[in-house]
Design a binder for this molecule. Structure first.
Ligand SMILES: *[C@@H]1O[C@H](CO)[C@@H](O)[C@H](O)[C@H]1NC(C)=O
Length: 436
């Protein structure tokens, strides 16, 4: 049996992965290609199965992809290699070409297929014909439960009959907003994540949708082991189309969607969040007649992510004038109506940091207390990333006419209305920023 199945690009980076057992850490995936390259360098023939450090690596190659299975225990390698070949042909059947792009475009369906084809690490149905039948059968079951009463009572007040689209598509956006407060010593005093699942449905007829998330309560209530990370949502609220009884019963999110744009659900997480975009400033006042700021920003998220449209609002005295700015990246403008200057950075990479300096004249002498200052506030958007780790495991779309509909999923994490840092210190007492 396999503990983990992953599809890797030509550089050995995982495009999609599914853990079935947690005895093999996902970090082993990254070791796969270096091991293969080492063998090639030493002119050792690279076999489909090899072991390293107690982990069995089993793989096949297809186009520019590696299909990789990892296991710890003694497993039937032939069976797993056979499974990988089946996976490859099932995916090829679904997407015509199996390549990097088709994986990126279809990862919801691939997760779903990986779920159906492997259960707790044991290969299940791998015949694509049977898989397709299985999915249809299940959908018939759903229709029997839900459709006849709807048709009789016309109870779907939020959707009218006879909607037609030439191309049936669903767009699903998972948007998480982070609120936090960092105090002057750099400690996170409070933080929360406000999440929303927003949909745009362009679907014909009366489709039945079923959404699977990596919801911790769902995994626990169904007695299934969470594969990979699961999250615990609080204050979950649904659009009226979601069958609440069903959700309460088995945590299934099933619904007939309204047409077009709507918010399917919202949730909150009070788990502590570290500041994704970190900002700190030091202020040097020159005899109360002019003031200098040095501001540092750092992207505290994974290197492969990028924060877009970063805007940093640094407060200055109301009557500050004659602004001068120098920034290592982006642009700075004075916003006297907000008593702040705004540093805008189009793209901030994970792990990157930048400095900027500002200089203002002060018409009147004053002695501002440190803790009377307004905090720094920050805006940003990080695409392809959710801070909670929420994942769409699948989105099933079933309509009695049997059309194929494409689900598109996007993730984004952004600042909430209240993302503020009190990390402004006086330059002389500052231990945060070393002089440069
Ligand atoms: C910031 O918070 C930490 C932890 O709550 C606390 O120990 C520290 O004194 C606080 N700093 C300031 C300047 O309030």
């Amino acid at each position: 049996m396999a503990s983990l199945v992953a599809i890797l690009d030509v550089k050995g980076k995982s495009l999609i992965q599914r853990s079935y057992k947690d005895d093999v850490p996902p970090s082993c995936i990254e070791r796969f290609l270096p091991l293969v390259l080492d063998m090639e360098e030493e002119n050792v023939q690279v076999t489909p199965c090899f072991s390293d450090d107690g982990i069995n690596y089993m793989h096949i190659r297809h186009n520019n992809l590696y299909l990789l299975a990892l296991s710890k225990r003694n497993s039937n390698a032939a069976e797993i290699i056979f499974f990988l070949h089946r996976l490859c042909s099932v995916l090829t059947e679904y997407f015509k070409e199996l390549e990097e792009e088709s994986i990126r475009d279809n990862f919801v369906i691939i997760y779903e297929l990986l779920d159906e084809m492997m259960d707790f690490g044991y290969p299940q149905t791998t015949e694509s014909k049977i898989l397709q039948e299985y999915i249809t059968q299940e959908s018939h079951k759903l229709e029997l439960q839900a459709r006849p009463p709807m048709a009789v009572t016309n109870a779907v007040s939020w959707r009218s009959e006879g909607i037609r689209y030439r191309k049936n598509e669903v767009f699903l956006d998972v948007v998480e907003s982070v609120n936090l407060l960092v105090n002057a010593s750099g400690n996170v005093i409070r933080s929360e994540i406000l999440g929303a699942v927003k949909m745009k449905c362009y679907l014909s007829g009366m489709p039945e949708l079923r959404l699977g998330l990596n919801d911790k309560v769902m995994f626990e209530s169904t007695g299934r082991a969470a594969r990979g990370k699961s999250i615990e949502m609080e204050d979950v609220k649904f659009h009226q189309c979601v069958r609440l009884a069903r959700f309460e019963n088995d945590r299934t999110i099933s619904f007939i969607p309204p047409d077009g744009e709507f918010e399917l659900m919202s949730y909150r997480l009070s788990t502590p969040v570290k500041p994704l975009v970190w900002v700190e400033a030091s202020v040097e006042s020159h005899r109360g007649s002019r003031v200098e700021y040095m501001v540092k920003v750092r992207g505290q998220f994974k290197r492969r992510s990028t924060a877009n449209n970063v805007e940093i609002y640094v407060p200055v005295p109301d009557d500050a004038d004659s602004p001068k700015f120098r920034a290592a990246a982006g642009s700075v403008v004075y916003a006297p109506e907000k008593s702040a200057f705004v540093w805008k950075i189009k793209q901030l990479g994970g792990g990157r940091d930048y400095l900027m300096r500002a200089h203002f004249g002060l018409p009147s002498v004053r002695n501002e207390e440190l803790d009377k200052r307004a905090p720094i506030s920050v805006k940003f958007e990080i695409p392809y990333f959710t801070v909670s780790g929420i994942q769409v495991r699948y989105l099933k779309i079933v309509e009695k006419s049997g059309y194929q509909a494409l689900p598109w999923v996007r993730y984004i994490t952004q600042n909430g209305d209240d993302y503020v840092l009190r990390t402004i210190s006086d330059a002389k007492s500052s231990s945060i920023i070393a002089p440069i």
